[in-house]
Write a protein that binds this ligand. Structure first.
Ligand SMILES: [Zn+2]
Length: 212
């Protein structure tokens, strides 16, 4: 009879998860981090993206993200950021790197929303008058990320405008924070929302333009 050998993934701790003196092995720490990212709904494609690998890939000026990361250390209250610019410029990746850093270094809660999915959930809750505890809970995270803010044909424009304005207003009036990414420029957003929404985000978000 042939017994199948189980593959050992971590040579350092032989998959025990800890080293001598009960020190956690890096592989176990990584698993705990992944659990936090999963809970925060950060898309899996960003879980392993590090600050350094991103910098090398994008050939960016190191100071750029360094400055943004520095902001997360000084005062997280109302770290309201708006990342604007064309697609494939690293806006979502930068948001993910910041979100992961906050999760790694603190006990604060983070929740990642894709804009279209968020609207869909809000719409469903409105239509069914259903109580969506998960949605309310997620919207109350210390930091929420709204990825890909923009036009959405699937949802009534007035509804989207009212709900999204309300969410932003609530966050700006609290000590919680928001990071928004969008392929549109702030001036373009006015046509999907309105001038009131535009001045709201222009006044309250630290705007960063991403360029290729
Ligand atoms: Zn290990």
């Amino acid at each position: 009879m042939v017994t199948k050998k189980t593959k050992i993934n971590c040579q350092k701790c032989k998959d025990r998860g800890c080293l001598e003196d009960n020190i956690l092995c890096d592989c176990r720490i990584k698993l705990y981090k992944y659990a936090r990212y999963h809970e925060a709904a950060i898309p899996k494609i960003y879980w392993d993206v590090s600050f350094n690998s991103f910098m090398t890939a994008k050939k960016r000026d190191n100071m750029f993200l360094q400055k943004l990361l520095k902001l997360t250390e000084t005062n997280l209250d109302q770290l309201n950021l708006g990342f604007f610019g064309s697609s494939q410029t690293g806006k979502s990746t930068t948001a993910a790197i910041i979100a992961k850093k906050i999760l790694d270094d603190s006990l604060l809660s983070v929740y990642w929303f894709n804009y279209a999915t968020l609207l869909y959930s809000l719409r469903r809750r409105f239509n069914d008058s259903a109580i969506d505890c998960q949605l309310d809970y997620s919207l109350k995270a210390d930091l929420i990320i709204i990825d890909d803010l923009g036009r959405d044909y699937a949802v009534n424009k007035l509804f989207a405008k009212a709900e999204v304005t309300r969410i932003f207003q609530e966050i700006f009036e609290s000590t919680r924070s928001i990071i928004v990414t969008s392929n549109f420029f702030v001036t373009d957003l006015e046509s999907f929302f309105d001038s009131k929404f535009n001045s709201l985000i222009s006044l309250n978000l630290r705007l960063v333009n991403f360029k290729r």
